[in-house]
Design a protein around this ligand. Structure first.
Ligand code: MN
Length: 233
């Protein structure tokens, strides 16, 4: 190990179900507009505009297990904090130009996460043609349930996905509604960057996104995976 002029930052990580060892995070990639109804609710035509990628910093991710009583401060600089429930894919084996048929062999496991979004900053960025980073990549913007290794759960192609805000069901869809299925996402992303162990891909959110008020409680899930829940502010 080289000497550093400051203490090296800790490796960001997420819990792994049934394991004391954690999943070390290298990068977080996110898919935009991967469910047709969500693309439409955001004012876009999914038949004309394919999904795309953006990123969050790794230390935006944190454990927020269902029933864990996790609470975070309400994020600064927004009056319109939105929830987006998503299936996350944890990459265990890297590669470039990965064929769809080979993609499953690169997956370590899956988890459920929330892509917290400062929608007002995103709307402003879109209007001005500016990057989304400050709308998407802020501190604590990626709460997650535990990652389940593929040996225990490997059904990313279908199954219920949902989110409750303050006890009310707000998002409800099926993973089968993804425009790019998980294997297609891995293939597409691996043509843009060399995927590496520790990469996490948030695969996009279904329709029903909305604002959570200060003090609000979010709880969400994907059938068969441990849930995510937290209070905000
Ligand atoms: Mn999202």
């Amino acid at each position: 190990m080289p000497d550093h002029v400051l203490p090296a930052p800790p490796v960001a990580s997420l819990a792994v179900a049934g394991s004391a060892a954690r999943f070390p995070l290298r990068r977080i990639f996110c898919v935009g507009r991967n469910y047709a109804e969500h693309a439409r609710e955001m004012g876009h035509d999914p038949d004309r505009e394919p999904p795309f990628f953006f990123t969050k910093p790794t230390d935006a991710a944190f454990d927020a297990p269902e029933g864990g009583g996790v609470a975070i401060p309400f994020p600064p600089a927004t009056r319109d904090l939105h929830f987006e429930i998503e299936l996350s894919v944890a990459i265990g084996r890297g590669g470039t130009d990965i064929a769809e048929a080979e993609a499953p062999a690169h997956v370590f496991g899956h988890a459920v996460g929330i892509d917290l979004t400062r929608r007002d900053l995103q709307a402003q960025a879109k209007k001005l043609g500016r990057p989304w980073d400050m709308a998407k990549g802020f501190d604590l913007s990626a709460p997650h349930g535990a990652i389940v290794p593929v040996a225990a759960w490997n059904s990313p192609g279908a199954g219920a996905i949902w989110l409750d805000c303050d006890g009310e069901r707000r998002q409800e869809a099926d993973l089968a509604e993804m425009i790019w299925p998980v294997a297609g996402i891995i293939a597409a992303l691996s043509r843009l960057v060399r995927l590496a162990p520790g990469d996490l891909i948030m695969t996009g959110t279904p329709a029903g996104v909305g604002a959570v008020a200060p003090g609000g409680v979010l709880a969400g899930g994907v059938a068969g995976l441990p849930g995510v829940s937290l209070r905000i502010g």
